[in-house]
Design a protein around this ligand. Structure first.
Ligand SMILES: C[S@@+](CC[C@H](N)C(=O)[O-])C[C@H]1O[C@@H](n2cnc3c(N)ncnc32)[C@H](O)[C@@H]1O
Length: 245
């Protein structure tokens, strides 16, 4: 596994150690492999990592499937380029919203989306999920992550949730909004909050497993395979679906 880390890697801020950084990457790979196994899928030959960031997970995909064609799609152009230079990925510079990007290709056997829906408000989920579906070959496997019940508990500062994961996540920077978000999520299955005064599309979302299932079901053509609550490094829920139409 290539251990080169980009100087702009933003998943290494806030006191995160290199050990934690690599363990999070490795944990994602394990979840993806669980999903592929549960789907009964063959080894992936064409993989889309969206958003790749600076390759925290992509480096493990490359090490595991050295001959696969891997696309790194990212809003930050230097991150996509780093994944190309360091891990031999095809870079695709994304835009906002990403479902307007036309040059990501399709026919993928595997699409990994780590920690993106976790930042989207509910109206952005259906177009995002449709875009994922349409990038996959029939029978292709979609693995994405969400902030599930643990995260809802963290926003509420529930002792059980904090004990489960430790306090490195805190309240996700939601501050005074955190408790109300957890209340809304417990009532409706979903909540979204912006970071500080930022009114852009990117914030923090939490979603119950029931809400995720219903939302994906409404986007036809994705069949449920596996839900791993807190599967990604004891934190984010990991979901696997297969494209059926
Ligand atoms: C929390 S990071 C996760 C990165 C990577 N999946 C990982 O686990 O290291 C979220 C990433 O989403 C990217 N992003 C935000 N909006 C995007 C968009 N419209 N298209 C592609 N990437 C986007 C950000 O630039 C950031 O790198």
């Amino acid at each position: 596994m290539i251990t080169r880390v980009a100087k702009n890697e933003d998943m290494l801020t806030g006191g995160v150690t290199l050990r934690h950084y690599f363990e999070v990457g490795e944990s994602a790979l394990e979840c993806i492999q669980d999903g592929l196994r549960a789907a009964g899928a063959a080894l992936p030959r064409k993989i889309l990592d969206l958003p790749s960031g600076y390759g925290r997970v992509l480096r493990y995909l490359r090490a595991t499937w050295p001959d696969a064609e891997i696309t790194a799609m990212e809003l930050a152009p230097d991150a996509a380029q780093f994944c190309a230079d360091a891990f031999g990925a095809k870079p695709v510079v994304s835009r906002q919203p990403f479902w307007l990007v036309t040059d990501a290709g399709d026919g993928y056997d595997l699409l990994w989306c780590g920690s993106l829906l976790t930042h989207f408000d509910q109206d952005d989920w259906p177009p995002a999920l449709k875009y994922f579906r349409d990038r996959l070959a029939l029978g292709g496997v979609l693995v994405f992550t969400t902030h599930g019940n643990l995260s809802i508990g963290l926003l509420a500062r529930d002792a059980a949730a904090v004990t489960t994961i430790g306090d490195w996540v805190g309240d996700y920077g939601m501050g005074s909004k955190a408790k109300e978000m957890s209340r809304v999520a417990r009532e409706s299955g979903f909540a979204f909050g912006h970071y500080g005064d930022d009114e852009g599309p990117f914030g923090l979302s939490v979603s119950s497993p029931e809400w995720v299932r219903e939302t994906v079901d409404r986007v036809h053509g994705l069949e449920f395979v596996l839900h791993q609550p807190r599967g990604w490094f004891q934190h984010q829920d990991v979901w696997t679906f297969v494209r059926t139409e």
